[in-house]
Design a protein around this ligand. Sequence first.
Ligand code: CTP
Ligand code: MG
Length: 227
Amino acid sequence: MHLLIPAAGSGRRMGSQRNKLLLTLLGKPLLSWTLAAAEASQHISWIGIMGQPDDFPDFKAIVSDLSLAKPVELIQGGATRQESVYNGLQALPPNADRVLIHDGARCLATAELFDRSAEALLTCPGLIVAVPVKDTIKVVDERRIVRDTPDRSNLWAAQTPQGFEVKLLKQCHEEGRQKGWEVTDDAALFEKCGLPVQIVEGEETNLKVTTPVDLALAEFILRQRTE
Ligand code: CTP
Ligand code: MG
């Protein structure tokens, strides 16, 4: 199965000077942990990484240090995650019928999670990995007054990998561009097009490294795994 890794962000919320995926975790760049898990997944046979061209020399060095057995392609990312995934979909080899999409910033996802997602994708057109929400979530208006408290038992926090039939996801992205939909994950496009998105059990440790505290947490979890 083919895997696309959006890695073309700038890491604004991390407050660092460069792409947060190039920051080090236990001495290795964040992106190299993500790639190592993808390499270890038995179902993934091809990896495309969407990045900003300025980061390509660093990405190439990371890929070559890992000496991956799987083919890796660097693809020019866009101004938003949505655009980066769009570019990635265009760059897939013609034989790609199903694709997993996994944020480079989720560097703690395990090979087992990739395998579980890939297997589930053989029997449904679209899926996301997700975990039950632990906090009580409030819907708030612009004056910061709470408007609603949705029933927590129906709430799941979306993670990646997310997986789709390539033909369907491409159609959803085209429709999204025509209609000006702005979304933060690919499942949202699938939903807006009326297509079903299956939930696959995610991992509590599969956090997205977004702010400095996430970096510290990720390092803690990785250190425990490597001990
Ligand atoms: N991403 C991307 N193309 C963009 C923006 C984001 O490929 N134009 C990727 C990021 O590299 C990341 C994933 O999408 O792996 C999730 O995005 P996010 O965590 O928001 O990363 P950044 O956009 O880099 O962070 P921020 O929003 O804080 O700037
Ligand atoms: Mg972002």
